[in-house]
Design a protein around this ligand. Structure first.
Ligand code: RM4
Ligand code: MN
Ligand code: MN
Length: 396
């Protein structure tokens, strides 16, 4: 590869960071059952320890996304413990996710519930989550809602929209100046008739209504099959409303598979839109790249390392698209030339440049092999197997 391209890859890698989800290290499953792994994490300490390993070996995952309820069993009172764990394991708390979908009173919704008392309870929990974020110096509050309905005619869709607007405005009012509110959307599941925030347009309108610190979060698994996600990304960039990603791959619905395992070109095209935007506008984007995956069958730490290295590879490929040539070809409507510029970058083998970059940082060239040789998995398997063999009810 020519030196200029290699230099662009190194530059891109310098600024690329990706966040690990605490729930990605825990025993998760499908609605049909969980296959328990002896090494899975079930408490916050274990999740921080595992995330710390991934960061140690890859060097690009300094933060871990946390879920209130799953990681803060005592709510705000759990923050001191989380602070200690962060210091001990060398990974900082990332975005805080309120949990507005697991408690019994959310059966008919949270921010969209017809009962004002339940909407108020959901707002209280969200304010507590903001307080947790403030104490942990986390910038982002990341909101995903399971709200919706299963049968036509059973919910007043417009009233629910108003209730969402009210509570999101109140949530925004509780933010500190530097904090951000990220609004995630999802077309279906768990609701199967209507979902209150079903797509990026609804998320965008609600974020605008909430206030200037609210942005949209794009979970790559939360789209219908044929949807052009990179177009959504390009529009949100143009509107300065792209706050972050939940990365995962999918074949059918919200499958939460390893990033790039099914369609790496899709992820490349998303990164391309972001880097092309930065080149063309001279603006630096401020996007939280997060992983949101559930590793039901694969070893959790290995799946996470796979994800991180795949993300670095696809980001690197996107960084070597020849932007000036692309701009020219697009302007001239030279379709074949324009398309091949993307295809050429995607087809370039960037692995050795990434390995050299890792080496220059004192990181293992191949984090997966380093993990397999480290003995960490054997050690945690011994420590955790007995507890994991009893069907512990860890959440996610
Ligand atoms: C949803 C969504 C959210 C995640 C929950 C548990 O499908 O992706 O981001 O927090 O699952
Ligand atoms: Mn998500
Ligand atoms: Mn999801």
């Amino acid at each position: 590869m020519d030196v200029r391209k290699a230099a662009r890859i190194s530059q891109a890698l310098e600024k690329f960071r990706i966040e690990l989800p605490s729930w990605g290290f825990a025993n998760t499953g499908t609605r049909f059952g969980k296959f328990l792994q002896p090494a899975a994490a079930s408490i916050a300490r274990e999740k921080f320890s595992d995330a710390g390993q991934v960061h140690l070996l890859t060097g690009v995952c300094p933060t871990v996304t946390l879920h209130v309820l799953w990681d803060f069993p005592r709510g705000v009172a759990s923050t001191d413990e989380i602070k200690k764990l962060a210091a001990q394991y060398g990974v900082q708390p990332g975005p805080i996710n309120p949990n507005l979908f697991q408690e019994q009173h959310y059966k008919y919704g949270s921010f969209g519930n017809p009962d004002p008392a339940i909407r108020a309870a959901a707002l209280r929990h969200t304010r507590d989550s903001i307080e947790i974020a403030t104490r942990l110096e986390s910038r982002d509050i990341s909101m995903w809602f399971a709200d919706g309905s299963n049968y036509p005619g059973t919910a007043n869709i417009r009233h629910r929209k108003n209730w969402f607007e009210e509570n999101l405005k109140a949530t925004h009012a509780a933010l500190s100046p530097g904090q951000r509110l990220l609004v995630e959307y999802k077309p279906f599941e768990p609701a199967f008739y209507h979902t209150d925030i079903a797509d990026w347009g609804m998320a965008l309108l609600l974020a605008r209504t909430a206030g200037p610190q609210a942005k949209v979060l794009v979970d790559t698994g939360h789209h219908y099959s044929a949807q052009n996600i990179e177009q959504i990304v390009a529009w949100l960039l143009a509107e300065e409303m792209l706050g972050g990603f939940h990365f995962n791959d999918r074949r059918y619905a919200d499958d939460d598979l390893t990033l790039g395992s099914i369609d790496p070109y899709q992820v490349f095209r998303i990164f391309h839109e972001i880097l092309y935007f930065e080149w063309e506008t001279g603006k630096q984007t401020d996007i939280a790249y997060m992983i949101d995956q559930s590793h039901n069958l694969k070893g959790k730490i290995e799946a996470m390392i796979q994800t991180v290295t795949m993300a670095q590879m696809l980001f690197s490929k996107a960084a070597i698209v020849d932007y000036p040539e692309l701009a020219k070809a697009q302007q001239a409507c030279d379709l074949v030339r324009a398309e091949s510029l993307l295809q050429d970058a995607f087809a370039t083998d960037v692995r050795s440049v990434i390995q050299e970059w890792r080496d220059s940082k004192g990181l293992p060239k191949d984090p997966m092999t380093a993990f397999r040789q480290s003995g960490y998995l054997e050690q945690i398997t011994k420590q955790r197997a007995a507890r994991n063999s009893q069907n512990v009810s860890s959440y996610a």
